[in-house]
Design a protein around this ligand. Sequence first.
Ligand SMILES: Cc1ncc(COP(=O)(O)O)c(C=O)c1O
Length: 361
Amino acid sequence: MFQFKTKKTILDIRPYVPGESKSDSTERLVKLSSNEGAFGPSPKAVKAMQEAATNMHRYPDGDANILRDAIAKKNNIDKKNIICGAGSDEIIMFLCQAFAGEGDEVLHSEHGFLMYSIYAKAAGATPVSAPEKDLIADPQALLDKVTDKTRLIFLANPNNPTGTYWTRQTVVDFHTRLPKNVILVLDSAYAEFVDDPDYTAGHDLVKQHNNIVVTRTFSKLYGLGGVRLGWGHASDEIIDILNRIRGPFNANRCAQAAGVAALNDDEFVQQSIEHNKKMLDWVSAELISLGLDVVPSQGNFVIVDFGDEERAEGCRLYLKEQNIFVRQIGGYGLPTYLRISIGLEDEMKLALEAICAYLSK
Ligand SMILES: Cc1ncc(COP(=O)(O)O)c(C=O)c1O
């Protein structure tokens, strides 16, 4: 029998399963399973990191001053309202730890990012899921689930894995109807890829409301998933609380250096955004022409419905045999779908050819 005492909610956690990345083959691996950014990191970020590595025996700047200056400047926000983390995951964890505990509820939409419920349970709280409509978070369904126990609402905008999103107006209307003591977290991990002018990552809203938090990441557009770097933007009150539980050196030296360089490599950023848009449009159209149901995405990935679970899994395994990794998303309640990240042009062509071959088998 398990002899150690832990929170009951922790025993309920099913550990997160990352996108597959290991292969025994020595052939080229086409990894389209973790939304990691087609071009990898900016060469300027790699160089900055190598330089920082010569000082890796020194603790980093615990307040990530240079990085927060750079983030503040790029996003036209106040540095004092920024907190950096080991991935935006860590900011999500801090939020749950700080604001939710036993007896509290943490709300998210049906197919929301899995870490919300994991961190809610880790904090001792109860995750609550609200149904979506056509794979889009449904404002009314979320509001219907708000109780006097609700502490946090997480909305990935755009959402992973669906790629669907809310416009600024929808966010504003939703927030207006929330109790003032509930914190709305806009997880804008994929914000850079959105091309709808009516969208906001939410920084303008954080400036107006002390109960809105925005989280951002360097893992997607900037291709820095391996060094773990993300950040949050929130009111003075919330930042103060989060800083109390933040480890003193949570954003490491190399990550901070890479982050600053990546943020300032405008050309790389622009090329990555343009490439994503072009490839996302292309691959979506091609998949539709194969007769598959494709959910319109504003991220750097797309989900495709194969109609039944067996066919989806069959396709995933068929691709895997050819060293092409895509993501099965049964854990998100979408077992008939596969999620395909946007990679390089030739990678997308290889994936598409393989899907085509699988379907015509
Ligand atoms: C919606 C969403 N939020 C947050 C994250 C976490 O990103 P990271 O911890 O790498 O910053 C991810 C990663 O896949 C994501 O899809």
